[in-house]
Design a protein around this ligand. Sequence first.
Ligand code: MSP
Length: 663
Amino acid sequence: MNGNDDNSGFYITTPIYYVNDVPHIGHAYTTIACDALSRWHRMRGDGTRFLTGTDEHGQKIQQAAEKRGMKPIELCDEVVMNFKKLWKALGISNDDFIRTTEERHIKVTRYFFEKLMASDDIYKGLYEGWYCVPCETYVPDAQMGEDMLCPDCKRPLARMSEESYFFRLSKYQEALIRRYEARPDAIMPRVRYNEVMNFIRSGLQDLSVSRTTLKWGIPVPGDERHTVYVWLDALINYISAVGYPEPGGKWESCWPCVRHMVGKDIIRFHAVIWPAVLMAMGLNPPVRVFAHGWWTVEGDKMSKSKGNVVDPFEMVDIYGADSFRYFLLREVPFGNDGDFSELGMVNRVNSDLANDIGNLLNRTLQMIEKYRGGCLPPSAVFERSCDADAALRGLAEKTLAGMDSQMSDFSMDGALKTLWVLIGAGNKYIDETQPWKLGRDDPDDRLDIVLRTLWEVLRLASMLIFPFMPETAARMRSQLGLEEDISVERYPDWKWGAHLEPVSVKKGGVLFPRIDIPKWKADYDARMKSRAEALSAGSGNVSAVSFDTERKPAIEIDDFKKLEIRVARIESAEKIEKASKLYKLGLDLGFERRFIVSGIREFFTPEQLIGKKILVLCNLKPAVFRGVESNGMLLAAEARDGSGEILSLAVVDGDFPPGAPVH
Ligand code: MSP
């Protein structure tokens, strides 16, 4: 299985999606892109396999389930249906759908762990560090800013220390560099290649691959207090889904041609950790990891609290799956970030779909009906083609090869542009040949040649458009009078004029009705208004507030007695230079004065703090933050609402004397 990469097969995967949330445009984008690529490869006749699925373990899912009073698996079972429904609505042609809670996956994850332990690529050690719960990642000290927040999601980090199994990532640093130097197209686009290479060259550290703090995960074989780190568990899906390590399993043909499509945020997991794990297992690293960009929405970052999350179901309802697919794949150079605007989509529907391709089909069929009673004579007429016909034919013959090379670079926008050059040329050809002026009984058959040429361009266009807009392709074919299902077609078999028989066209409904902009705008404004109303109604609602529900093991009363908690009066609150989140608080404890450093500056002004009687843990060992010594820690309640983190200090009422102990 260590054989060379196989370029005749095409196995493509999407990331597996977390089930703590409803599917949004980001999920739809990756999956639509993989769908177009895999449909393209099937049409080429390549052995093609397309996998998607869901990532169901980990803290995020456990917490989301607790918040809804459900067992994690109940939440997974419910949310996975939303993904499956969406893929159906979007016309996604995946061959398989993997869930990481399935036995076929759990078994393989444990097998990986056992094998890596046996080869000493995984060893047991102690991990201590700053951990981001939402991202489920430890943040290396070098990446932590002065604000002590997660560099990715900007949320507070928690200090964690745990016994852990480690993967010897550092051991694979040189092998990874060598591989990527030899195969620069293994990470695309170039900007991501450079980013990953810089990261690897800056030095790889061994990776903690187990957790003792998390129950909702796959138990480590032989040491069931640990669960497998959710990212390792997740990455393994790509190979567990194709039956690894069974001899004769699908993986034997799929693995040498595996390509991963991911968003740019998760490139390192796929282009650093995963290939190293595969090398350690004696398996081929992926042929390619392609990282696409991120969508903003109407110029703004997409977020639930802003209420601007694009719901793909809604887009399909309003515009149809194909228009939505087309817009996403055509609008931005694949790999770059893009901005999603509904008006932008409407404009593209009107210009590219209604005007360009819709008109080409409509005009051609109308003329065939009007001048030839809906029936075209055999394609033998091409023998008498003139220059204009031959030029369009030449362009058509080049289009397939051009698109094929762009698709092999995952340039879906480029391939669509190439196709649209042909469509534009078809419309121009009608304007220039003016079929309505050609004599119907011309002995040179000019009218038949022109109509056949247009029909032939449309036949090809319907095949080439299929990977991007499958429903549209099927509608075009039936209107063109092609009875056979498009799935029987193969690009290498396509030949100009191969369809020799006479054809009867069946003009149907308009492919893409023009969207009336003023009417659309009124509907759009009404939708935005009701969305804003729903959002503000929700934000006044207690259920919009969430908090950490992670439970801790029971303790003895003696454990509690070790804590010295006392009332303290805040006397001063000074900002600490170069630490935007921190205050140095001066406290009166009755029997003494002391200072603590506290990260509450973004929540309170000094005026709101001074004079307050708060609760302080007094016997915490001193620690130094930004050069200031802290002697204790204040107690506060913490939660999140639509605006982010919220905080309330634990205070005591009335005249209670500073220094009084809390039991
Ligand atoms: N579960 C992990 C992936 C594990 S793969 C072994 C995960 N899941 S996710 O559901 O959070 O995200 C899945 C994908 O959605 C990522 O590739 C991410 O880049 C993509 N997107 C999320 N928001 C996006 C946009 N706004 N725009 C484009 N894609 C974005 O990460």
